[in-house]
Write a protein of this length. Structure first.
Length: 194
């Protein structure tokens, strides 16, 4: 069983959005022009990023083709309470078809996880996003949690199919330096009482 894998991007709209962002990155005076950047782990790519309202935007540029390959936004979730909001972000990625399955989004997620951020899924995912999370679970601890009434409740490393498909069930990847005990202490993760 899979989490609600029902997001299917409109490719033409995505291309237009990325072209617009590329122009903004190059246009002097635009809020995206001159933002922080560094070479990506993959040769020929550069990461540009900015933070706004507690959300991190990471733009991946193909410097050889001078084209924006895609971007990832590490969103805040309004469903989280204040304690959890300090530590958890829900990444959403949009990459051009020709740049998918090349490790670009994975590198961006790893950068965030290695910096100590914990990642949580939204209520829905694309098939590609779900595959990315399953891949990252081989390198970072993955847990299932329930997010309901602003409470984050631990469900364990696996859940039964019925619980898996509920809208309140989310996947969570623990960033470097995090375990469930720290998440309970600092982000309010609740455990069932035995």
């Amino acid at each position: 069983m899979e989490l609600r894998i029902d997001v299917d991007p409109d490719e033409a709209r995505l291309e237009q959005e990325l072209d617009t962002l590329q122009r903004r990155l190059r246009r002097p005076g635009d809020t995206l022009h001159g933002i922080a950047s560094e070479p990506a782990a993959q040769p020929g790519f550069r990461l540009h990023w900015r933070e706004a309202d507690g959300e991190l935007y990471v733009y991946v540029e193909d410097v050889v083709r001078q084209r924006l390959a895609g971007y990832t936004v590490f969103n805040r979730l309004i469903e989280l309470d204040t304690r959890a909001d300090r530590h958890l972000r829900a990444p959403h990625s949009k990459y051009r078809a020709g740049y998918r399955r090349r490790g670009l989004a994975s590198a961006v997620y790893r950068r965030s996880l290695d910096a100590g951020c914990c990642l949580i899924t939204g209520a829905r995912q694309s098939a590609g996003a779900h595959a990315l999370w399953r891949h990252l679970a081989g390198h970072y601890p993955l847990r299932y949690v329930q997010l309901r009434d602003r409470e984050l409740r631990a469900l364990g490393e696996r859940v039964d199919p019925a619980l898996h498909d509920e809208l309140h069930t989310r996947m969570l990847l623990l960033g470097r330096g995090w375990d469930e005990a720290r998440l309970a202490a600092e982000a309010g993760l609740l455990h069932e009482r035995g």
